[in-house]
Design a protein around this ligand. Structure first.
Ligand code: SF4
Length: 239
């Protein structure tokens, strides 16, 4: 198996905080989150859109208007050597790199951070720890790798954020009570409300009401005072 580039968003102002970026979607993921909004990308059989050389040639042409590139999935760390080469080539173009990850390959994350290949990491905190196997759709899941990745980011020097997509039917207040004790004191934490992309792995999930999200945010803010809600069209003054 090898890394597949399955999608490309040519320009985004949202995916890489503070930067104009392109977002590259890599295929394949070891988890099966029932609320996955990119469910067409989680199979290793997801079709490739382009070869890395084509992507790099596109980025070379666009580097005057782009600050950076966000690598997302699927789960980008599944093919570490290919990913390392891709990040290295992107950085050689003078572009910043952001990696989205579920945190289940701390060995890869550690190596990429140590090699200076990522400028910003965004790691999913899928749920409170006891709810992780169910939220990730893998009943036998051990969350130790995710704990190790979270620790690595919190203790390391690469800029990062943690984020949780809150899904009615998956999460409850107890998840956020656990999350606040797990990653309390972290640099950045964002709570995102579930939105049905139309490509959700198991259709039928709902977003939370604004008042419910606010309860979760208040719980998390006990140890992460700067935690924020992101990606909602609700008035931010309410939060
Ligand atoms: S939401 Fe879950 S299943 Fe989907 S790509 Fe992310 S980690 Fe994988």
């Amino acid at each position: 198996m090898f890394m597949k580039i399955c999608g490309l968003q040519k320009t985004t102002l949202l995916d890489f905080p503070g930067h104009v970026a392109a977002t590259v979607f890599l295929g394949g993921c070891g988890l099966r989150c029932p609320f996955c909004h990119n469910s067409d990308l989680i199979s290793m059989d997801a079709p490739a859109l382009m070869e890395p050389e084509e992507l790099l040639s596109f980025l070379k042409k666009r580097r005057s208007v782009l600050d950076g590139v966000c690598i997302t999935g699927g789960e980008p760390t599944l093919f570490p050597e290919d990913l390392e080469r891709l990040l290295d080539s992107i950085k050689s173009l003078g572009l910043l790199t952001k990696l989205d990850t579920n945190g289940f390959r701390p060995d890869v994350l550690r190596r990429l951070c140590a090699a200076g290949l990522i400028d910003y990491a965004a790691m999913d905190i899928k749920a409170g720890r006891s709810n992780y196997p169910s939220a990730c759709g893998v009943p036998s899941l051990s969350i130790e790798p995710a704990e190790e990745s979270a620790r690595l980011l919190m203790e390391g020097s690469v800029d990062y954020e943690f984020r949780t997509t809150a899904v009615k039917g998956i999460h409850s207040l107890s998840d956020f009570v656990d999350i606040r004790s797990w990653i309390g004191g972290c640099r950045r934490y964002f709570l995102q409300n579930f939105q049905d992309s139309g490509r959700v792995a198991q259709p039928g999930f709902q977003p939370f009401l604004p008042s419910e999200l606010k309860t979760f945010l208040d719980a998390v803010r006990e140890t992460i005072p700067q935690a924020q809600i992101r990606g909602t069209d609700l008035d931010p003054r309410d939060f």
